[in-house]
Structure formats: structure tokens, C-alpha cells
Design a protein around this ligand. Structure first.
Ligand SMILES: [Zn+2]
Length: 335
């Protein structure tokens, strides 16, 4: 590290970029929105849908001499409730445009139905992975009770990978980086070497490659970890010394070594999971239990996503195959 977080944030502030931490009720703690003082006044992500979040956000914006009514453009990094929950309320106050990956526009607009479909998908995947029904259903009701932290939002400016968002004083390149979610988007300011990365890359925790329904509506599930490694390899190519501003925590000034750390731990975890298959075929649930023991119910889908992601890697390498007995998928070492 050559730049302290304070220096990075000061460098950003000199360029009119301000981190606005917004409290959340989630274990992750605060979520970062970013205010870009340009024309239009731009906000990246919104925080979750609740009064305290809105209060803190409007106070932070006021501290920089602006108000929510002044926001002209909202950019969304991904479709998780702690990032998008307040977006439509901000639009009601400001009339701001909302720019996000066009392929995800329907998922954002139909938030409630989509969340319901996602929960059904998750229960199905958990049962097929050998997770006991009572755990799967308990997790589903937890997820349902969290739904209100998000809200539908209409995308008025659909973006595609490679597009450029032009503000009066800067250009932000749109870089699709799926993996943590189906629609992770990095907004890249090449002139200043600033990247707004959402949860694509976080400094202190590795982002969960959550398994989801494919964005294009095709049946089946995402190969989230495979997609995520591919996305990180692309982000790794951003210039050394770039400052990456994430959805949680401090700015990242050493993204290459951070990504290398993520690659190395994926590799270690993959080999460890493969060794667990030495004693015979295992379900995703059994593998997750061997790795992490009996974890909190709320973590069951996260750990399952991790296990399935690593099995996808091993399967792609021809070292593991899936065996489905009509009820539960098990993984078997090949050879
Ligand atoms: Zn997220």
C-alpha cells in the first residue's frame, strides 16, 4: 500500500468525488454511495430502502453543498438491496435519470416478483444440494423478511458493456463484471484512474459469487465463480496505481495484489474441497459442512454458492463430475 485510505479519499475529493457511507441493517455494515460533483450531479448506488438511510444520505449530500433534489443521474453497480433500495425514492425527489446495465433493467423494475422468483430458485437449489428442508424454508422466510430493504427502480438509461457515460467534466466507461451478482458493473474513469466497483472487489472480505438465475432468462443457474474469476482477470488489467472505490470499506490502491490473493485462496479452497471427495461422493451441503461446520442458517446459501462455484471449476477441469440420484446432486472425483 502506498496510499492510505485517507489520502485516496482526499485525492477523490479533489476530483469532486465523495464517499457517502450509508448505514444498513445487514452484517456487512455500511454501504458506500459516491457523489460525483459534475454536470449532472451524479450518485453511484443509493443505500437500502429505509428512513435512516435516506436521512444520512441527504445529510451527507448537504454537507457537500447539494441536495437530493439536485441529483441528475444515478448509476447502479448491481441489483442487491443495500445498493439500490433508495434509488426510486431519490428519483421521486430529484427526477434523476437512472443508468444501469440494460440487460438487468427488467430485474430491477420487477424487484418484488424477481426477488420471489430468486427465493424459489434458491430453495430448489438448496434442496437439490442436500440442504434439509427446514433449513431451506427458514432461510427463505429470512430472505422474504429482508425484501423490503430493496425496491423496484426504473432504468431510464440502459447501458451495455463498453458504453461511456459522459458527464460535462469526465467520462465513465461501463465495464460489465458479473460474478458477485449477475450484473456487477464497474464505472471506470480512465483519465483519473478511478474505478467505482460496487461489490465486485472489496478490500477486507472476498465477495460471495452468489449463484443466481441467468440474467438472460435462460433456465438453469449461473456459473458464478467461473464468471467472477474471469471478471477479476479483466479488472486486474486496469493500470497499476488505480484507485478502486468499492461498495463497502476503504478504497483499494493495490488491486492487482488483492486479486492475486483472491485467485490464490480460490485455488487453495478448490484443492481442499477436492480432497474431501477422496472419501466418496458428497453433496454440496455435506461439503459446506465439512468446510465450515454448522453455520448460521442465514449463511447457508452463501456457503453453498461457494461450494458449487468451486465444483464448477473442478468440473470444467475434468476432475469432478455431478451425479444426480433424482433428488440430490452429489459430486464425485474423476479418476
Ligand atoms: Zn452485493
Amino acid at each position: 500500500m502506498t496510499t492510505t485510505p485517507e489520502q485516496a479519499l482526499e485525492q477523490a475529493a479533489l476530483a469532486g468525488v465523495h464517499r457517502l457511507p450509508v448505514p444498513t441493517p445487514f452484517a456487512v455494515g455500511k454501504v458506500n454511495a459516491y457523489l460525483i460533483e459534475d454536470d449532472p450531479l451524479t450518485l453511484i448506488d443509493s443505500g437500502p430502502n429505509y428512513g435512516r438511510g435516506l436521512d444520512v444520505l441527504s445529510e451527507s449530500i448537504a454537507a457537500h453543498g447539494h441536495s437530493i433534489e439536485d441529483i441528475g443521474l444515478i448509476l447502479l453497480t448491481h441489483n442487491h438491496s443495500d445498493h439500490i433500495g433508495l434509488a426510486e425514492i431519490l428519483v421521486e425527489h430529484s427526477g434523476a435519470e437512472v443508468a444501469a446495465l440494460g440487460a438487468a433493467a427488467e430485474r430491477l423494475a420487477n424487484y418484488d416478483n424477481e426477488a420471489e422468483a430468486e427465493d424459489e430458485f434458491a430453495v430448489d437449489l438448496m434442496l437439490r444440494s442436500g440442504i434439509p428442508e427446514e433449513i431451506a424454508l427458514a432461510l427463505r422466510s429470512v430472505s422474504g423478511s429482508f425484501r423490503g430493504w430493496g425496491a423496484p427502480v426504473q432504468v431510464t438509461r440502459p447501458l451495455a458493456d463498453g458504453d461511456v457515460v459522459e458527464l460535462a467534466g469526465r467520462r465513465l466507461e461501463v465495464l460489465a463484471r458479473p460474478g458477485h451478482s449477475v450484473m456487477d458493473t464497474v464505472f471506470w474513469d480512465a483519465e483519473r484512474q478511478f474505478g467505482f466497483v460496487g461489490d465486485h472487489l472489496l478490500p477486507h472480505i472476498s465477495s460471495n459469487p452468489l449463484i443466481s438465475r441467468p440474467l438472460d432468462g435462460s433456465p438453469g443457474r449461473t456459473r458464478s465463480l467461473i464468471a467472477y474469476l474471469d471478471s477479476m482477470a479483466k479488472t486486474r488489467e486496469l493500470p497499476e496505481g488505480s484507485l478502486l472505490f468499492g461498495g463497502h470499506g476503504e478504497p483499494i490502491d493495490d488491486h492487482r495484489s488483492l486479486i492475486d490473493t483472491r485467485f490464490a485462496s480460490t485455488e487453495r479452497r478448490k484443492e481442499k474441497l477436492l480432497r474431501l471427495l477422496g472419501e466418496g461422493p458428497r453433496s454440496g451441503y455435506e461439503l459446506a459442512q465439512s468446510m465450515w461446520g454448522n453455520i448460521a442458517v442465514t449463511q447457508a446459501f452463501l456457503t453453498l454458492s461457494e461450494v458449487i462455484g468451486h465444483m464448477d471449476l473442478l468440473e470444467a477441469e475434468g476432475r469432478v463430475r455431478e451425479v444426480f440420484d433424482g433428488a440430490v446432486v452429489r459430486y464425485e472425483a474423476v479418476g
